[in-house]
Design a binder for this molecule. Structure first.
Ligand code: MG
Length: 335
């Protein structure tokens, strides 16, 4: 096989077969995929959660992760946020001519390892080749199921679920993925790593606990402020957070300071916000802290009803700042 992707790899002929056999089928191997039918048939009962996402991140590999790991985490986390258990994943690869085949193998192996970690299986896939400069994109779809045991808990979890008297928690430090990607692109030397991670263990432990979770949301593009402002709007409640309580890795803080960025607007790929009654906040905090990827969790704020739809932040210098969703472009191609 040639070392670079050529248009022939997208022809549907011999080179395509070779690519599928030696990379995708080999890494993603499972009985549903191996059947190689026109569509995958999977068993489900009851409701399913369905999500889709496209991954265009650049660079393809970054400190702490890569597009293969990222595409699984992004899809899995969106399923988890409704309380679904990730079950099936599909992936469409759009490869640019000139992509290094060794790199494609590495990224596919990373994707397979992350899927294994998250307990999701790849049911179907597609490959296309386009003219370009050796880049690649991945589009995914994810299917999640709702097991009988947790159906009572998951039924009410939604974006508009926050109530007066709730606490707002985050599962760890803010802005890591954004800082990792940006520093790579700007060639700024740092050891900040992306936090891209599947939050399966954390969500499973929270759902099992029987706590009354009102909202779960992964903190991605646009960062914490964008996510919380959207949730405040959706619920018609007031969210107030304390700047001093929002966890930020000191390295990310100084990186952000250097560039004039605000960590509450910097995206993550392995963190979530959880909203539930204040009386249950300490227990939730302990559960998240004991879960994988949750050691840095914190209670950062509370929900009231005085200013419907607003997000406020008590700043380190004692002021009260009104936060809106991220304005303008943000960082392109972060995920
Ligand atoms: Mg999401």
């Amino acid at each position: 096989m040639a070392e670079k992707i050529t248009m022939a790899h997208g022809s549907g002929g011999k080179s395509t077969d070779e690519l599928i056999d030696t990379i995708f089928a080999k890494e993603f191997d499972n009985p549903v995929l191996d059947a190689m039918e026109d569509s995958a048939v999977v068993p489900v009962t009851g409701k399913i959660a369905l999500t889709t996402d496209s991954f265009v991140v650049t660079p393809l590999k970054f400190r702490g992760g890569d597009i293969g790991r990222l595409c699984v985490c992004g899809t899995v986390n969106d399923l988890l946020m409704r309380g679904a258990v990730p079950a099936w994943l599909t992936c469409g690869f759009i490869l640019e001519e000139g992509l290094d085949i060794g790199l494609l193998k590495e990224l596919t192996a990373s994707m397979a390892a992350t899927a294994k970690e998250a307990g999701i299986r790849i049911a179907a896939g597609d490959t296309k080749v386009v003219e370009g400069h050796g880049g690649m994109y991945i589009n995914t779809a994810g299917v999640g199921i709702f097991p009988e045991e947790t159906s009572g808990v998951t039924a009410g979890i939604c974006a508009s679920g926050a109530r007066e008297g709730d606490a707002i928690l985050v599962s760890g430090t803010m802005g890591d993925h954004h800082a990792a990607i940006l520093s790579e692109r700007m060639e700024i030397e740092t050891d900040i790593e992306s936090d891209n991670a599947p939050l399966v263990d954390m969500v499973r432990n929270l759902l099992k606990s029987g706590l009354h979770i009102h909202t779960m949301r992964d903190v991605t593009r646009g960062g914490l402020a964008t996510v919380l402002r959207e949730l405040a709007k959706a619920s018609g409640k007031t969210f107030t957070i304390r700047e001093s309580a929002v966890p930020v890795n000191p390295k990310v803080k100084s990186f952000a300071g250097l560039l004039g960025l605000d960590p509450v607007y910097m995206g993550n790929e392995g963190k979530m916000a959880v909203i539930l009654p204040e009386s249950e906040a300490q227990e939730a905090l302990q559960i998240i802290r004991k879960s994988r990827y949750g050691s840095g969790a914190a209670i950062i704020g509370r929900v009231t009803a005085d200013k419907p739809g607003e997000l406020l932040m008590e700043t380190d210098i004692g002021g009260l700042r009104r936060l809106d969703v991220l304005q303008g472009e943000g960082l392109p191609r972060i995920c």
